[in-house]
Design a protein around this ligand. Structure first.
Ligand code: ZN
Length: 259
């Protein structure tokens, strides 16, 4: 199979030979040469979810048939994967919106379709994290909570961490009610670039900008934050967007340490 729209990687992560990561595009070319959509979750009426997860992992040279995904609930809980005996299905039952681990050969990941997927890497201590940062998780400062856990459990230092921001709905398209803007106004009263209003009175939130700011406030260096800058809503051919399509598939963002 061929992955289409292959640019969904962070060059700054690619320099580490024992780090594997990727964000799934919407489509791939199957062995018959047809264009097929990934259906991991959300639109899985095809019954191909398991097969597609495996195919995607294979395409990035991860040889397990699944990965460690938690039950995402738009909260701020961080799951620490430190027991190598846990099975994929046991982890799937744990409600959380981020996973961190130091275990090698254990792929972790998050599903999104407009929410922001974030990968975190500590190159010194070799710790990885995957975060599902939606509006609610962002409101609860999930990126800070992940960094705090990485510090507490492994001794990570914020200034040494690298953060990759995957594709999310951009400030160009993320229209929200005024009530959704208010918590961010309260949190960051001096920051005017996190949201905007257009002439017809519509409100737009820039989830990526908010997460960058939260990351920096938690100690990430601006030069260590990398962003793919693809707006999911603006990329119908390449990415799923829940806002655009309602019932839709999911983007899978994954990261793994090689032993
Ligand atoms: Zn857009």
């Amino acid at each position: 199979m061929n992955i289409l729209f292959e640019s969904l990687k962070f060059n700054e992560f690619e320099i580490f030979s024992k780090l594997i990561h990727a964000v799934s595009p919407r489509c791939f070319e199957n062995d018959e040469g047809e264009i097929e959509e990934f259906s991991f979750q959300g639109n899985d009426e095809t019954g191909k979810a398991k097969e597609h997860v495996k195919l995607f992992l294979e395409s990035i040279k991860i040889e397990t048939n699944n990965l460690y995904l938690v039950n995402q609930v738009h909260g701020d809980k961080v799951f620490i994967l430190d027991d190598s005996n846990l099975t994929f299905s046991e982890v799937e039952k744990i409600s959380a919106d981020a996973v961190i681990t130091q275990l090698p050969e254990k792929p972790i990941g998050v599903f999104t379709a407009d929410c922001l997927p974030i990968l975190i890497y500590d190159p010194r201590l070799r710790v990885i994290g995957a975060i599902h940062a939606g509006r609610k998780g962002t409101e609860q400062n999930i990126i800070f909570k992940v960094m705090r856990e990485m510090a507490r459990v492994y001794g990570s230092r914020p200034e040494e961490l690298l953060a990759g921001f995957g594709p999310a709905i951009g400030g160009c398209c993320y229209e929200v009610g005024e009530d959704c803007i208010r918590p961010f106004k309260d949190l960051f009263p001096d920051e005017k670039n996190l949201y905007r209003f257009d002439l017809s009175g519509r409100h737009f939130l820039d989830l990526i900008a908010v997460n960058k700011l939260e990351g920096q406030k938690a100690g990430l260096l601006p030069e260590n934050i990398f962003s793919m800058r693809h707006c999911t809503f603006c990329s119908p051919k390449n990415l799923y967007s829940y806002r655009r399509e309602g019932k839709t598939g999911r983007i899978l963002t994954t990261i793994m340490l090689r032993s």
